[in-house]
Design a binder for this molecule. Structure first.
Ligand SMILES: Nc1ncnc2c1ncn2[C@@H]1O[C@H](COP(=O)(O)OP(=O)(O)OP(=O)(O)O)[C@@H](O)[C@H]1O
Length: 297
């Protein structure tokens, strides 16, 4: 089965001057791609263009070699999309809601009933299928969001910030669930939290101000960060000075002093110890983001 998504210098401008996405060129095949970047970096805009919900202002998007501007309905047949916010009808049960969406997506009635049961099973929600959506937790709602995106057994699954609002346990469950889909599909998952994709995505696209700043892998990112991550335990004044002078990826306050995790090519302090990077350090080095004080090590 061919499964290729290509972006050729794709751009989108809102109003006269704000380029939400600019000059994005990509070639994507099966597997999971993590689209990572801070809020406002253009992830949603790019995903909406890929999902045919927004026409590109510039450039072309090709699915299996054909421009989706003219063959959008073909792509929509094999597309599952879970937007950042989707409307759930609180009075519907999960089963009613999914049957309704299956009908909207044009699945024949006989097939729809079976498929609704299948997707409920995939997201492990059969037990709650007769409960009203208004009574669901955030994690349960997200599972239904994924279930609706899977109704047509999509080749291309696009998921926009699925873990926002989930508690840590729900996050882990959700990651495992998504990870199980990737084998025979192209899954694009956007997040501003690198942990959401670190174990699953073979490829990471780091977005910054509408552009793909890095097209890389977790391993390559980590490799680049070797030798550039330090910890130092010091007094409050020195810690304060270091925080202003360097990029900091973590802070812990202890009775022995304040321990900073510092990202720097050079040793930031004579007592600083070089430590092994984790993906978050590596990402912050590329993204150049200063972490707010209070972040954990
Ligand atoms: N409909 C719109 N009209 C005007 N500006 C918009 C619109 N949608 C997004 N933007 C702007 O475009 C830029 C990119 O936004 P976008 O939502 O694509 O980023 P994002 O990385 O998905 O962020 P978030 O996770 O916060 O949604 C931001 O500056 C945003 O304010």
């Amino acid at each position: 089965m061919v499964m290729e998504l290509v972006c050729e210098q794709v751009g989108k401008k809102y109003g006269d001057s704000l380029w939400a996405v600019r000059n994005v060129s990509l070639q994507c095949g099966p597997g999971m791609i993590g689209l990572v970047g801070p809020n406002g970096s253009g992830k949603t805009t790019l995903l909406r263009m890929l999902a045919t919900l927004l026409p590109p202002g510039e450039g072309r998007i090709l699915w299996n070699g054909r421009d989706i501007r003219t063959t959008g309905s073909e792509l929509r047949q094999v597309l599952g999309y879970m937007p950042q916010e989707f409307g759930l009808y609180p009075e519907f049960t999960a089963r009613q809601f999914l049957r309704y969406l299956a009908a909207m997506k044009g699945l024949p009635k006989s097939m729809a009933r079976r498929r609704v049961d299948e997707v409920l099973e995939i997201v492990a929600m059969e037990r709650f299928a007769e409960r009203k959506l208004g009574t669901y937790s955030g994690g349960m709602k997200q599972r239904i969001g994924i279930a609706q995106a899977l109704l047509n057994d999509p080749e291309l699954l696009i998921v926009d910030e699925p873990t926002v609002g989930l508690d840590p346990q729900e996050r882990v469950r959700f990651r495992l669930l998504l990870g199980s889909f990737t084998r025979s599909r192209l899954v694009i998952l956007s997040t501003h939290i690198i942990h959401d994709v670190e174990a699953m995505a073979g490829r990471l696209l780091i977005m910054h101000e509408g552009q793909v700043q890095a097209d890389t892998t977790s391993e390559a990112l980590l490799k680049e960060a070797i030798g550039r991550v330090w910890t130092v335990t010091t007094d409050a004044d020195t810690a304060n000075r270091l925080q202003h002078a360097y990029q900091v990826s973590g802070i812990i306050s202890q009775s022995s002093g304040i321990t900073l995790r510092i990202l720097s090519s050079q040793r930031p302090h004579e007592d600083a110890l070089n430590v092994e990077p984790v993906l978050e350090d590596a990402y912050l080095l590329v993204a150049g983001v200063k972490t707010a004080p209070g972040a954990t090590l």
